[in-house]
Ligand binder design. Structure first.
Ligand code: ZN
Ligand code: ZN
Length: 82
């Protein structure tokens, strides 16, 4: 098996709920499931890993982007809760 950069997700064909786990998706409404790949940048779903990578020109070799303002805020809130 080749290493994947993006883990596939599975979408129930009936209710379009997105599952990380193929078995859970298969047990949802049971008309079948579609495999999708989530763009690591904008989280939109694509039919293939290549399309998901191409979506926002995700570069798997690049260092992780600096945390966004929202993420920093979230981290700050977590610290307050703890
Ligand atoms: Zn369903
Ligand atoms: Zn995208």
């Amino acid at each position: 098996m080749k290493p994947t950069l993006i883990n596939p997700v599975y979408v129930c064909r009936a209710c379009e709920w997105v599952y990380d786990d193929e078995d859970e998706a298969a047990e949802c409404c049971m008309p079948g499931i579609d495999e999708r790949y989530r763009c690591p940048i904008c989280s939109s779903l694509s039919c293939s890993e290549a399309a998901a990578i191409a979506c926002c020109a995700f570069d798997p070799e690049a260092p992780p982007p600096p945390p966004s303002a929202v993420e920093l805020e979230r981290a700050g809130q977590l610290r307050l809760i703890e």
